[in-house]
Structures are given as C-alpha cells and as structure tokens.
Design a protein around this ligand. Structure first.
Ligand code: ZN
Length: 160
C-alpha cells in the first residue's frame, strides 16, 4: 500500500474569473501529490486540478527518489503548471507561451524536460487509473540528447 503525502494547502478553490494581466497563483488552486511505497521505492509526483480549473493537462514526474527529491519534483511541477497557465492567459506579460506535447522546456541551470502523454505505470492499478488517467496528463521526462560530457574521452563521435 502506497502512502500519499500532500501539500498542506490541499484544498481546491473554484477559480474566479481572472482579470486581464493578473497572474494566477496556480499553487493556490492545484494540488501536488507525492506517492511512494517505502524509502527504497521510486516515487510518483503528480498534480491534480489543472484539468478541472484550467482545461490544461495535469502533470507528473515518475521514478523520483522519495524523501530526497520529491519536494524538488513537486516544485518543478508547480513551476511548469504556472508557466502553462500563464501561457494561455489572455494578455499575460510573463513571456510564457502555450506548451505542446513533445516540446522541450528549460528550467534553469542544467535542467531541460520534455513532455510525453502519461500512461499508468501499473496497468492493474485500477484505482490509480480512475483517479489520474481519465483526463489528460503529461509526463515531464529528461532529455538526455540535450547533454554531452565535456571530458574529451567522453565526447561522442559526431557523424559527418
Ligand atoms: Zn493523486
């Protein structure tokens, strides 16, 4: 049985009609769940509320080290969710653009993610499927092809 950890503010507010240019704080509206099955397991960090409040896909990151990187993964999802909402908000002045599946997104520093359509990791977990995969959900995944090691011995031969 997996334990679920919730952000303290786990309520969902009805979104008010927002004034133009007024930035919505998505963390006040969406919830981030952090689910894992013991400290040696791989955690599943995911949002609820993006679809209901904004008509945008919910998000997830899988295979997260629990009790270590889960809060960081949750922060990433909040950041991505905020960008997605800003990107479709009329007159937003944040520079955010609508995101699409397959698109790459830089998160500052070294981190680049891209988005895939999320599918349940366990096709037999019908409760998890019913609660999470009946509406659109994107999985943020790493983009290893964006990186190469700077050490000369590790440089890949570039095809000419
Ligand atoms: Zn959940």
């Amino acid at each position: 049985m997996a334990d679920a950890f919730y952000r303290k503010k786990d309520h969902m507010k009805t979104i008010k009609r927002r004034e133009e240019n007024r930035k919505v704080d998505v963390t006040q509206i969406i919830r981030v769940d952090m689910v894992f099955d013991g400290v040696e397991s791989k955690g599943w960090v995911h949002t609820h509320g993006m679809w209901e409040a904004f008509g945008l896909p919910d998000l997830e990151i899988v295979h997260v080290s629990p009790l270590f990187l889960m809060p960081t993964a949750g922060g990433m999802l909040n950041h991505i969710a905020q960008y997605m909402v800003d990107g479709v908000s009329p007159g937003n002045k944040t520079g955010a653009k609508p995101l699409a599946l397959g698109e790459k997104m830089g998160l500052g520093g070294m981190v680049v993610v891209k988005f895939e359509l999320a599918e349940p990791l366990n096709k037999n977990d019908l409760d998890a499927i019913a609660g999470h995969y009946t509406t659109p959900r994107w999985r943020a995944v790493p983009v290893p092809e964006m990186y190469e090691c700077a050490h000369p011995a590790h440089k890949e031969e570039k095809p000419s």
